[in-house]
Each structure stands twice: as structure tokens, then as C-alpha cells.
Design a protein around this ligand. Structure first.
Ligand SMILES: Cc1cc2nc3c(=O)[nH]c(=O)nc-3n(C[C@H](O)[C@H](O)[C@H](O)COP(=O)(O)OP(=O)(O)OC[C@H]3O[C@@H](n4cnc5c(N)ncnc54)[C@H](O)[C@@H]3O)c2cc1C
Length: 421
């Protein structure tokens, strides 16, 4: 392909998920010409990286895509995977988002002092501004010790899990107790499989407390509007695991102790794999207690709010453990336990290797203030805690997109004025 650009656009948006589409919505409103490049299909992550029984964890009312908030019959319900895909697809159509599906950006670099070169397999476009809305979940984060699993055990990442029937007979061992790991373990447990769950330090949250969804209380408390620079953990909160709970069957707590009392086998954090055995840390008690402490801490927050505002609500309660580990073994002979498959619910890494711009910090995270990067004209959108808790979710991405659209509009306006002077 020639080095010459084929055309110029004021803005290129990279990524056709909810973040890229929200950006496109505000650019469309402002009359700013742009294109959205989507490597696969609109809503790819929801469509292709979630299991069959997947439901939102956040209530439907939090689906606040700008210009098209959730308007269905169940604002307090939790959309299932296919409904989410349809919500996002309908959104793109609602304002004619200029999405080019199946076109991945293979390289992003500077073009002259002020513009960018955006390269795809089909063309090279220059742009005055570029918004990277590619999410943060690119590459399955599977520990290298996976290489030492016996070859007869099927292994897959949580993003490849669909349902219990996809797995060979035998027990299933799920590694990781974040949102995905807990929900997949529950899915398998409900399907009647023997499940082992390797439990880490992820926190948990009540579903319903004192008569309302905890998310509703936390919204009233302003938790979803708190900017990252005012959070007690500051930017470190971006690396924190999500709380586990579920929206399945109308929503409920996820209580690993209850699963254990029903036969699920819980283990401490994965330490090593050797000679057909998995070895675990002796931290199961600590991890379960830690998750419950966060759960009860959220109840404390809600209680204080109710007391301060004098709200009439059902009485306060606290989680009381329904099961305790009894000296759990710190290793498991996989063949003896009949383990036929292992699911790595161990998260994702980001892949920004296609971005040829000096914009990343030492850990490879794009340096930015509320999505405005250190490279003038380059923006990032949709990352967890980009600005608030909701930035990487349906509830907050619209606010961030609107903020960036104003910034982009001002930048393009200033450039036009400069050229005319
Ligand atoms: C298991 C799980 C459960 C979740 N549950 C909830 C929930 O209950 N509620 C909630 O609000 N949020 C939830 N989230 C968080 C969030 O809403 C999703 O991660 C959502 O998909 C993020 O949208 P996005 O547009 O920022 O990124 P993505 O949906 O990941 O979209 C990015 C798009 O960019 C494309 N892309 C990537 N690289 C390129 C490239 N170089 N060129 C062109 N295109 C590219 C990808 O194909 C993709 O379609 C969940 C996330 C996960 C992983």
C-alpha cells in the first residue's frame, strides 16, 4: 500500500462497542464528520465473549447510552446477552452511526505536527483527532503455569466459555473468583457439574439490601459520580477486581459459602501446577472473610445513608457465614479428582501494540486526564475508572463521551480559526 493517505477526516473513532458508539453519537450531534472503525462487528464483546446465560450485573436502568437510555419494561431487571447485543445494535442504527465493520486499525501514528495517520488493511486516513474506544479487555490473561496442565485436560479462557455442554465429562475447575469466575462456577453448579473454584481476593456486594438493589442505594450515595482523583485509592482503583454478584434470574447475591455447602469445592489462590497436581495458597479463609467484610461494609454505608436521610426502610442485617472451610487441602491431584476441564477466569491484558505514539506509562497504560491523552488530539474512552466507576460501563460512558466531544469540537474550531487567520 502506498504511504499516501487516501482521505482526511476531522475525527476517527476506533472501536464499535458502546464507547465508540457513544462518541459517534455526540460527534454526529455536533455535525463533526467522522468514521468508526470496528475490527469485527458492532457489540463484538457482548456478542462473542460472553456465555449463553450471561446477564448484566448492573440493572437495566443504568444502561444510559446517550440519546437512547433503556426504555424497556424492566428497568430493575438485568438484560441477557442477546438483548444487550440488540440494545447496542439498535443504538448504532438510531442515529446512523458511520461504522465500518470488519475494519481493524493496524497502526496509529503521527502525520505531521498536528494530524494522525490511521492505517487499516483497506486504506490510510489522516485525521485531526482520534478516539481510541477499544475497551481494555484484549488478550486473555492466562498464567504460564497453564502449560503444565496434563494434555488430556481441556482448558479455555472465560471469554471462550459458552455452557456446560461444551465441556468434556468430569469435574470442572474454574480459576478465579471475580465476576466472570463466580458466575461461570454458578452456571456449571446449576447445570449439575462437579465444580472446583479457585478463590482469589475479589470483593462481593449484596444484590438487595434494605428493600432495594444495592446499586440503587449506591447511586443515591453518589458512588457512581465520584471522580477517580477523589477516590481514596486514586488511580490504583483502576486495577481493583469487580465485586461479585449476579443479575441472573432477576438478580441475587453470589455466596460461595452456600455453593460450598451444596458441594462446590473451594480452594485458595493458585500457587503452582506440577506433576498433575494443582497447588493452592492457604488463603481461602482470608479470601472468603475479606469478600464478606466488603459486603458488610457496603451494608454499613447504606445504613448510614438511611439514618442520615431518615429514610423508611426494612431493618438492617449483616451477612453471617453459612459455611466455613475445614482445613482445606492445599493441593489437588487433578486425575484423582476427575477434572476434565479448566476454565481460566483470570481476566485480560490490554494490547496497544498497534499504537505508535509515546503515550503510555511504565505499565503500558495510556496516560490521560479524563480521556484527554498527553498527545494533543488523541483521546481514550471506555476504560474502567477512566473518570468514574461508570466510565467502563453503560452508566458512565456517555458522560465521558460528551466531555470529549466538547474538547474535540473546541480543538477543531481553534484549528479552523488558526487556518483562516
Ligand atoms: C464479563 C464482563 C461483564 C460485564 N458486565 C457489565 C455489566 O453488567 N454492566 C456494565 O455496564 N458493564 C459491564 N461490563 C463492562 C463493559 O460494559 C464491557 O466491557 C463493554 O464491552 C465495554 O464497552 P467498550 O465499548 O468500552 O469496549 P468493547 O465492548 O470491548 O468494544 C471495543 C471494540 O473495539 C474493537 N477494536 C479493538 N481493537 C480495534 C482496532 N485496532 N481497530 C478497530 N476496532 C478495534 C473490538 O472489536 C470491540 O468491538 C462487563 C465486562 C465484562 C468483561
Amino acid at each position: 500500500m502506498s504511504q499516501k493517505p487516501t482521505r482526511h477526516l476531522p475525527v476517527v473513532v476506533i472501536g464499535g462497542g458502546q464507547a465508540g458508539l457513544s462518541m459517534s453519537y455526540f460527534l454526529t450531534q455536533a455535525g463533526i464528520a467522522h468514521v468508526v472503525f470496528e475490527k469485527r462487528r458492532i457489540a463484538h464483546s457482548w456478542r462473542s465473549e460472553r456465555w449463553d446465560s450471561f446477564c448484566l450485573v448492573t440493572p437495566n436502568w443504568q444502561c444510559k447510552l446517550p440519546g437512547n437510555p433503556y426504555a424497556g419494561p424492566e428497568p430493575d431487571g438485568f438484560m441477557r446477552r442477546d438483548e444487550i447485543v440488540s440494545y447496542v445494535e439498535t443504538y448504532a442504527k438510531s442515529f446512523g452511526a458511520p461504522v465500518r465493520e470488519g475494519v481493524g486499525v493496524t497502526k496509529l501514528s503521527r502525520y505531521g505536527a498536528r494530524a494522525f495517520m490511521v492505517e487499516t488493511a483497506e486504506e490510510k486516513i489522516t485525521a485531526d483527532a482520534v478516539v481510541m474506544a477499544v475497551g481494555g479487555y484484549h488478550t486473555p490473561n492466562i498464567p504460564r503455569s497453564a502449560e503444565r496442565l496434563p494434555a488430556n485436560i481441556m482448558q479455555l479462557h472465560s471469554s471462550g466459555y459458552r455452557n456446560a455442554a461444551q465441556l468434556p465429562p468430569g469435574a470442572v475447575l474454574v480459576v478465579g473468583s471475580g465476576q466472570s469466575g463466580c458466575q461461570i462456577a454458578e452456571d456449571l453448579h446449576l447445570a449439575g457439574r462437579n465444580v472446583h473454584l479457585v478463590v482469589g481476593s475479589a470483593p462481593r456486594c449484596p444484590r438487595v439490601y434494605r428493600g432495594r438493589d444495592a446499586v440503587d442505594w449506591l447511586a443515591d450515595l453518589g458512588q457512581y459520580d465520584l471522580p477517580v482523583d477523589q477516590h481514596p485509592k486514586r488511580e490504583a482503583v483502576r486495577r481493583q477486581a469487580n465485586h461479585y454478584l449476579t443479575g441472573r434470574d432477576g438478580g441475587r447475591d453470589i455466596d460461595l459459602r452456600r455453593f460450598a455447602s451444596e458441594g462446590m469445592i473451594l480452594h485458595g489462590r493458585l500457587a503452582d501446577i506440577a506433576d498433575g497436581k494443582m497447588h493452592f495458597g492457604d488463603d481461602l479463609v482470608k479470601n472468603l472473610d475479606g469478600a464478606d467484610a466488603v459486603y458488610n461494609g457496603i451494608c454499613d454505608l447504606i445504613d448510614r445513608h438511611i439514618a442520615e436521610k431518615g429514610i423508611a426502610a426494612p431493618p438492617a442485617s449483616r451477612y453471617r457465614p453459612v459455611w466455613q472451610p475445614d482445613n482445606p487441602p492445599t493441593s489437588l491431584d487433578l486425575a484423582a479428582a476427575g477434572v476434565g476441564s479448566v476454565i481460566w477466569a483470570t481476566g485480560f491484558r490490554s494490547d496497544w501494540s498497534w499504537v505508535d505514539l509515546p503515550v503510555f506509562d511504565g505499565s503500558g497504560y495510556p496516560t490521560h486526564q479524563r480521556g484527554i491523552t498527553t498527545q494533543p488530539g488523541l483521546y481514550v474512552l471506555g476504560l474502567p475508572w477512566l473518570y468514574t466507576w461508570g466510565s467502563g460501563r453503560f452508566v458512565g460512558v456517555g458522560r465521558d463521551a460528551e466531555y470529549l466531544a466538547h474538547h474535540i469540537g473546541a480543538r477543531l474550531g481553534a484549528a479552523t480559526a488558526e487556518a483562516a487567520a
